[in-house]
Design a protein around this ligand. Structure first.
Ligand code: FES
Length: 169
């Protein structure tokens, strides 16, 4: 076999191998693109913090999930939607009263999201929370659950201090 024949054969084989590699890389990339992302923004599962970062009293705001993480009286971690069940205003948590107080029309919810007063039709809505393999909590913001009906209490506790919002909304 001549030198030119060997060279041509080598180039052909290298070209086929290269094309094969490009094909595999392309297929890999395409497969990667169509896979669902393990995390996403609001509307999907939002990666948050380790369980140890959730306070025993009070709540931790998670802006990316538009939610708060807190604990129920049994120590279970719960995610509360920050959207008021009345007309959807963002409901801040008041540290002095340990209650969620809506600034729009005066609805108030206790630390467990139970309805206390105001025009809201129910307690604060919740999202499922799961522990990921990475040790972080994930809030599934695509699966909102209606809050408890008025008169249903997970936590039966008076306000711990003065309200943040003025009365009489
Ligand atoms: S939106 Fe919260 S009380 Fe109306």
């Amino acid at each position: 076999m001549s030198y030119n024949m060997k060279r041509r054969s080598f180039i052909t084989k290298t070209g086929v191998a290269g094309a094969g590699l490009i094909g595999v890389a392309g297929a890999w990339t395409s497969w990667d693109l169509i896979q669902p992302l393990p995390t996403s923004g609001f509307g999907g599962k939002v990666r948050t913090v380790p369980e140890s970062a959730v306070p025993d009293k009070g709540v931790l705001e998670v802006p990316a999930a538009r939610a708060y993480l807190g604990k129920d009286p049994d120590g279970n971690i719960v995610a509360y939607s920050e959207k008021c069940t009345h007309l959807g205003c963002r409901v801040p948590f008041c540290d002095s009263s340990s209650r969620f107080e809506c600034p729009c029309h005066g609805s108030v919810f206790n630390q467990s999201g139970d309805y206390i007063k105001g025009p809201a039709p129910r307690g604060m809505d919740q999202y499922p929370v799961e522990l990921g393999e990475d040790g972080l909590l994930y809030i599934d913001t695509g699966s909102r659950m209606d809050g408890p009906a008025p008169g249903t209490f997970v936590l039966d506790e008076p306000a711990t201090g003065p309200a943040c919002e003025a009365e009489g909304h």
